[in-house]
Design a protein around this ligand. Structure first.
Ligand SMILES: [Zn+2]
Length: 477
């Protein structure tokens, strides 16, 4: 049975001693799982335990983290010019690193990665594929991946997806992400190949083309970003399309705040049970987070170390307070251009200091991601307003202005919120102010023309890719 293979594999992951893994072994394991599923049917309910490992014991977790951090630091000190300097400057000895002492090593910030990318390249491995961040915040960072990473990451991802029944032979995965998201596309493409599924990369094309493909092309899985999902829902409604027009069994978004309003609309329009909203980021791959049914984000323990750091003190965030996610992917899972204590600037809230009671309770978690640290609003009374609060309140307006376009600043002790006129259409300013007050947001509205909407807040769906079909429609209009 494949359980034995997966258990041995988990053991190998936990005991990794600096040798690289053989991605072909993972691929063979996927084949075994597929053969077993074909013969015996659905994977059992204890499969999560197989994938995530028995991680409930805090001491075992700490031992795994300490050994993994030391192993990673040892390699970086020898192979990464940036971290050789950083560890020396911090007087950090890789072999003696302790979790509690990690804070003596400064976090790595995006500017360091964009200013001196060559210094992050490990000397002992050739670079194979460059991937650039396609986020909406500033200059893109370029991360090089080795051939080993390009083989290993999709194999690890596909194994987990097959065991969780998120990916089956015969599935067709449509991806509406920027075509420049080379790593994400490679992962999806290779993962589908390993699982015997079809892969349809479309890019951020005009929503009508994506809908046609969803409705006619046998697509069963959709991966996109929240803002493009919002555009798809809007376009589908305009065309009178609903759940009966699609065959989707899974819908995954990432990289942006997904509001309950857009999520519910997506669920209704596309006929899925829920929308998966995992956490991932180019710079910290292959570490990811998974959302549980209680809305926490749980972070992969085997592949990296995740900290939630207070935004002001650099100390671990206290229960109930906000922090930025700082992530260290472990060697041998990150190879070519690794980062150590990378400050993602993604803000989450530290959960209360009490045992979790969700289905992923054995895996450390934070609140869901609340937005970028640089976009927090600090009110004079000390209250902090997160982008998630604003986006959720805006996208809940009756006009359904999706994706939310806004600008928010602190002005005269309150929030000055700039919205395009269509966001409050038919609702009126007084009613809109009451709507935000009910969400705990005391706002002073500034309404501008719709022609300014796109300049208020950038979203990933703004990375439009033209096609000849859409150009034809424009010319013929
Ligand atoms: Zn949870």
């Amino acid at each position: 049975m494949f359980e034995t293979g997966v258990r041995q594999f988990r053991l190998a992951l936990g005991m990794a001693q600096g040798r690289r893994l053989d991605a072909r072994n993972v691929a063979r394991l996927i084949d075994d799982v597929l053969d077993t599923l074909a013969e015996f049917g659905e994977p059992g309910g204890d499969v999560a335990e197989l994938i995530d490992g028995p991680m409930a014991d805090p001491q075992a977790r700490a031992e795994l983290a300490t050994a993994s951090l030391r192993r990673t630091a040892r390699r970086l000190a020898a192979q990464s010019p940036f971290y050789a300097r950083r560890f020396t400057a911090a007087d950090a000895a890789p072999d003696k690193l302790e979790i509690t002492g990690l804070r003596t090593i400064p976090v790595t910030v995006k500017a360091e990665l964009t200013d001196r990318p060559g210094d992050f390249r490990c000397a002992d491995v050739p670079a194979c594929l460059a991937t650039r961040t396609t986020g909406t915040t500033g200059r893109p960072a370029e991360v090089w991946l080795s051939r080993y990473e390009l083989d290993l990451w999709p194999a690890l991802g596909a194994l987990a997806s097959v065991l969780r029944d998120e990916l089956r032979p015969g599935d067709v995965l449509q991806v509406n992400l920027s075509s420049r998201a080379t790593a994400a596309l490679h992962l999806a493409s290779t993962g589908c190949r390993l699982a015997g599924a079809g892969f349809r990369p479309l890019g951020i094309v005009p929503p009508d083309e994506a809908l046609d493909s969803l409705a006619e092309g046998g697509t069963t899985l959709l991966q996109t970003c929240s803002s493009y999902l919002a555009e798809l829902v809007t376009a589908a409604r305009r065309r009178g399309m609903s759940a009966g027009d699609f065959r989707l069994r899974r819908l995954v978004v990432g990289g942006e705040v997904l509001s309950p309003s857009v999520a519910q609309a997506g669920i209704r329009t596309f006929g899925v049970a829920h929308i998966d909203d995992p956490y991932s980021m180019t710079e910290i791959a292959p570490v990811t987070g998974r959302a549980c049914r209680q809305g926490h984000q749980h972070y992969d323990l085997g592949l990296g170390y995740t900290e939630l750091i207070d935004l002001h003190t650099g100390q671990p965030a206290a229960p109930g307070s906000l922090g930025t996610l700082v992530v260290t992917p472990y060697f041998p899972y990150r190879d070519c251009m690794p980062v150590f204590r990378y400050d993602t600037r993604d803000v989450a809230r530290c959960l209360p200091d009490a045992p979790l009671r969700c289905e992923l309770a054995a895996i450390p978690a934070t609140s869901q991601i609340l937005g970028k640290a640089d976009h927090l609003l600090l009110l004079p009374g000390g209250e902090v307003i997160t982008p998630r609060q604003l986006i959720e309140a805006i996208e809940a307006l009756p006009a359904e202005p999706w994706p939310a376009r806004y600008r928010a600043t602190v002005c005269g002790g309150g929030i000055r919120l700039t919205l395009p006129a269509s966001a409050i259409a038919g609702y009126g300013e007084a009613e809109t102010v009451r709507h935000f007050a009910a969400a705990g947001l005391d706002v002073d509205l500034d309404i501008v023309g719709d022609d300014q909407a796109a300049s208020l807040r950038r979203t990933r769906s703004d990375l439009h890719e033209t096609t000849f079909a859409s150009q034809h429609a424009l010319v013929g209009a």
